[in-house]
Design a protein around this ligand. Structure first.
Ligand code: FAD
Length: 395
């Protein structure tokens, strides 16, 4: 990777205020606009990052830009289903510098949180640009990154913080026969709320918190359910302390440092055995079965080694609560993935390219993690940019 073609003003200390480098004109001509840092995605992780950039003295629209593909504020929260109330979310950490007032537990998360994010954006004048979808990020000449937008524009940046989450990439496993099922199939991404399945027979696939939430709602509307998971659920009986939280983060961190795919949060934390969950279990709504072998026209079936059907569950619907993948396709031209399918990380920094940070990825995939990651990414990225501009000056 070449050093960026910038000449700088005297540099502030790495952790102090940002000193704006002066870019050479040649770079400006290659792009519609140029920035020192571009943040892609304006959910919890992207907004936290943007706030820390502003705190360090970068000016939105001049030194930095925040791009978001959605039509309005809220990140993935604006897309979540109407029955996900504030009482049902797991605990949301406030964004840095703006309290999240205790919400009405019955209020919809897809209203409360987008409103709160909008206030945050306004208060710190983050000037989020939307709807702006990033299609691809390329390595351009002289150390610049070229950001291709869906509308054909091309932005140049010296540093990129990617905060695109997972919501846009629902994961559907491939199961034989799935295309022939006569009933309805949907993913958590499109969950319409339990009421849509009143009295129906529903298979819920997946061992995460979303699956538990769907089963809870289905129990409330008299649906007959069949809960299926690949591995037996791992229940967490002990309280989730900050020490436990640190252990989990350390385990996920070790995986991404090794370039492995981060595992799901539940794989690391276990499923919380709350009073509500205990009640569902006691009432027989959480009698988990192993993953079925095939989907039939009428439901799902389990087979023996000779492929003979040994058991079946006739269903009106299959709900795939099978999680999400990281929305990183637009970074593919940078070739950041290891052969293990992950991105090798050191903290929030991509080891293969120090101009690129991933926040909300791996160990920072929670609202608290995203907050911390935003701050860490800004500190390290700005230090890197000021170091590389001083190298260029000296040359
Ligand atoms: C059902 C569910 C419930 C959850 N509940 C909790 C909870 O209670 N507490 C908790 O801490 N965590 C919870 N999480 C995890 C939670 O989603 C994260 O903690 C956090 O909200 C993710 O924030 P983010 O900024 O990383 O991503 P997102 O909120 O997904 O934001 C990503 C943004 O990037 C934009 N984007 C994506 N691709 C592009 C592109 N190519 N170009 C431009 N913009 C793009 C999207 O439009 C979006 O606005 C939950 C997750 C799920 C699925």
């Amino acid at each position: 990777m070449q050093a960026p073609a910038v000449c700088g003003l005297p540099h502030a200390a790495d952790r102090g205020m940002w000193t704006r480098p002066v870019h050479v004109d040649r770079c400006m001509r290659d792009f519609d606009e140029t920035f020192d840092v571009v943040v892609v995605g304006a959910g919890q992780a992207g907004l936290s990052t943007a706030r820390h950039l502003v705190r360090r003295g970068l000016v939105p629209g001049r030194d930095m830009a925040v791009l978001d593909a959605a039509d309005g504020p809220g990140g993935a929260w604006r897309e979540r289903w109407d029955t996900l109330t504030m009482a049902r979310v797991n605990g949301i950490f406030a964004l840095p510098g703006l309290d999240l007032p205790a919400p009405d537990p019955a209020a919809r998360a897809n209203v409360v949180l987008p409103d709160y994010f909008a206030r945050f954006e306004q208060q710190f004048d983050l000037q989020v640009r939307r709807p702006v979808r990033v299609d691809a990020v390329h390595d351009a000449t002289d150390g610049w990154l070229a950001i291709e937008l869906a509308d054909g524009q091309r932005l140049g940046t010296r540093g990129l913080v990617n905060a695109t989450g997972t919501w846009t990439r629902p994961f559907w496993p491939t199961v034989p026969g799935a295309a022939d099922f006569a009933g309805r199939q949907l993913h958590t991404h499109d969950w319409p709320g339990g009421a849509a399945f009143a009295g129906a027979r529903v298979v819920v696939v997946g061992g995460g918190i979303s699956a538990l939430g769907h089963l809870d709602e289905l129990a409330g509307v008299g649906a007959t359910t069949c809960w299926v998971t690949r591995r037996p659920p791992r229940w967490r009986t002990r309280e989730f302390t900050s020490e436990h939280g640190r252990e989990v983060v350390a385990r996920v961190d070790a995986r991404v440092r090794a370039g492995l795919r981060p595992r799901s949060v539940v794989a690391e934390t276990g499923l919380p055995l709350t009073e509500r969950v205990r009640g569902l279990r006691a009432a027989g709504h959480l009698d988990r079965r192993p993953m079925f072998d095939l989907v039939t026209h009428d439901g799902v079936a389990w087979t023996d080694e000779a492929d003979r059907v040994t058991d079946r569950f006739d269903a009106d619907a299959i709900v795939w609560a099978t999680g999400f993948r990281w929305a990183l396709d637009h970074l593919a031209p940078l070739d950041l993935r290891t052969r293990h399918g992950g991105v090798r990380m050191d903290g929030t920094r991509v080891v293969a390219d120090p101009r690129v940070h991933l926040v909300g990825y791996g160990p920072s995939a929670s609202t608290v993690g995203a907050n911390r990651a935003g701050r860490a990414a800004v500190t390290e990225l700005l230090a890197h940019l000021q170091r590389t501009s001083s190298t260029t000056d000296a040359a």
